[in-house]
Design a protein around this ligand. Sequence first.
Ligand SMILES: Nc1ncnc2c1ncn2[C@@H]1O[C@H](COP(=O)(O)OP(=O)(O)O)[C@@H](O)[C@H]1O
Ligand SMILES: [Mg+2]
Length: 269
Amino acid sequence: MIQSQSIQASPPQPELPILVAQGLTRRFGGLVAVSGVSFSVKPGEIFGLIGPNGAGKTTLFNLMTGLIRPSSGTLWYRGSEISCLPPYQIAARGIARTFQNIRLFGNLSALENVLIAQHRQIQSGIVSGVLNLPKNRQEEDSIRQRALNLLERVGIQRDRIHEKANNFAYGEQRRLEIARALALQPQILLLDEPAAGMNPNEKQQLSQFIRQVRAEFDLTILLIEHHVPLVMGLCDTIAVLDFGELIALGDPAVVRQDPAVIEAYLGGE
Ligand SMILES: Nc1ncnc2c1ncn2[C@@H]1O[C@H](COP(=O)(O)OP(=O)(O)O)[C@@H](O)[C@H]1O
Ligand SMILES: [Mg+2]
């Protein structure tokens, strides 16, 4: 009789984090804007970063995108250190962002704003570009098509893509910024207060949109947001910063009950 042999299934692999911060610190003169912050982000999650004004949230994004360097501590992305890479290299590796203060080219059209983001990625050399060889034209066509798709995806109507970015309403400009960030084909998208200045209805739509974008583009999303219900409803993990220090980290429902968080941030709610 054949002995039934239990097939040893390999143990479930713990999911490797896509982004890790270890003891991250950034000083500006005597001010410690980010102080010994450690956390890790799982691939595919929506990771919320909350905290009072001046808590160091944007500074953390600036560190992650190479705009500033840490005073000490380390950032790893997919297992390799990125702490001292310049912004373009970090962007090329797959980390894209939007800004708290919208940074579109206001006098360029919506379409041009997205095309510019993609332009760096054109593979053909300058020679074929100057001669307008077929390979280059094909590439331009596909880049243009991708830009059009992204604009459509963020809800900018086709008949408005040639309008100047400045002419768009605030909420539309924020969505245009997201389209521009997505044009870089990132793996991680950092959104710095994307709902700022939006009305409750727009906030609700944005929340749905972020979820859809995550699924569609297979993204990991880090989100700075003040609107607590939006953050609680949307995020898988929440990190709370206060005076540069991480005072709570974890499941939204747990973080919400944390006395230090209530004291520092949710007190007025
Ligand atoms: N480039 C800078 N130079 C000097 N101080 C800065 C700079 N960037 C941020 N800070 C200071 O660091 C602290 C954290 O700022 P920030 O990260 O913008 O906070 P948050 O985004 O949480 O509101 C604030 O006190 C701010 O004034
Ligand atoms: Mg900020």
